[in-house]
Design a protein around this ligand. Structure first.
Ligand SMILES: *Cc1c(COP(=O)(O)O)cnc(C)c1O
Length: 359
């Protein structure tokens, strides 16, 4: 079976983790600090980087640090992983769901604009599937309305908009290192910001509100990353740029050779890192495609079948037509750096076989 994604853990990762295990110092320590410094330099133009235990924690702590709380509203896309909206709810604030752009599947600035009201405090831009949102429009919009711009870059390590990395456009950037993302630390997350006061507060919040042990200054959580995870993350970070190039090459091959399916649109300003390669096909054909591919040993994914506002945990009675359409028509094909040439050719052959046969 060819999976949709396949994390790679090599000898260097094992050696790095073993070294930490042998040291006996497992919790947040020198590896976390090195990981943060390398992430700052390599991915976000020197912004402060604060490592935490998940992408969800990154989002949650960012909003706590910005003072977002009960009575506030945060505009989010509904076509995303639930964690984006959940982290808003966990601060006490209310997520307000915006629609997406039909081409990029990212949050639509025009939809955001219509939802801004007196209680709005922030907008979360989710760089879906590895493609940056329209950061030109979102930055202007947030600036004009005095809103924080939070980037959910969980799927977009290394992506850029106008040659400027994601995670450097907003007030804060939030990354995830879950195993299926473009790089992993097992579990983990990173918050990026150029605001040094915010960075200090984030460091307090992830560690029980204390800088000096037993001198807790604010109410915080334990959202620390361990040195075990950081050691793994550091090795993966060193591979990221080559891996992103490989993802982009596979995507280019697919887009060049797939017929009769709508291949991903790439905005001119975007440097897309293809966390997912997602085609759009009619609702009726999607199941047939997925079944036929599975019979041939190729797995596919639907990210996400139910828009967040329609999940039982939200169940909001609002209409987001573009979100509804894409949730029914998106289908992600296998894409990961270790996908072999033969496997790529097989995906293309099978997809084209189905799409030609039907007509
Ligand atoms: C993975 C993901 C998250 C959450 O990250 P975790 O590390 O799993 O907590 C948040 N937002 C998006 C868009 C994601 O893909």
């Amino acid at each position: 079976m060819i999976p949709v994604s396949r994390p790679y853990i090599g000898r260097r990762e094992r050696r790095a983790v073993n070294k930490v295990l042998r040291s006996g110092m497992l919790a947040q320590g020198p590896e976390v600090e090195k990981f943060e410094n390398e992430f700052s330099e390599q991915l976000v133009n020197g912004a402060f980087s604060i490592a935490v235990n998940s992408g969800t924690s990154a989002l949650h702590l960012s909003m706590l640090a910005l003072g977002i709380s009960a009575g506030d509203e945060v505009i989010v896309p509904s076509f995303t992983f639930a964690a984006t909206a959940n982290s808003v709810v966990l601060t006490g604030a209310t997520p307000i769901f915006a629609d997406i752009n039909l081409k990029t599947f990212c949050i639509d600035p025009d939809s955001v604009k219509k939802l801004i009201g007196p209680r709005t405090k922030a907008v979360i831009a989710v760089h879906l599937y590895g493609q940056s949102c329209d950061m030109t429009s979102l930055s202007l919009l947030c600036k004009a309305n005095g809103l924080y711009l939070i980037e959910d870059a969980a799927q977009a390590h290394g992506a850029k908009w106008l040659n400027k990395p994601v995670g450097t456009w907003g007030t804060v950037g939030c990354f995830s290192f879950y195993p299926t993302k473009n790089m992993t630390s097992g579990e983990g997350g990173m918050i990026t910001t150029f605001d040094s006061n915010l960075a200090d507060l984030l460091r307090l919040l992830r560690n029980q509100g204390q800088k000096k042990r037993y001198h807790n200054e604010v109410i915080g959580l334990n959202n620390r990353m361990t040195d075990i995870h950081a050691a793994l993350g550091r090795v993966q970070l060193s591979r990221l740029s080559r891996w992103n190039d490989q993802r982009r090459e596979i995507a280019a091959t697919y887009s060049d050779q797939l017929v009769n399916v709508q291949t991903p649109y790439i905005a001119e300003e975007a440097f897309h890192v293809f966390h997912q390669y997602t085609i759009k096909i009619s609702e009726m054909e999607r199941n047939l495609f997925a079944e036929e591919l599975k019979k041939s040993g190729i797995l596919t994914g639907v990210y996400y079948p139910i828009p967040v506002h329609k999940l039982p945990s939200y169940n909001k009675n609002i209409e987001l037509p573009n979100t509804a359409e894409i949730a029914l028509q998106c289908l992600s094909l296998p894409i990961f750096p270790t996908l072999r040439k033969k496997e790529i050719e097989k995906v293309i052959r099978v997809v084209n076989g189905i799409s030609l046969e039907k007509r």
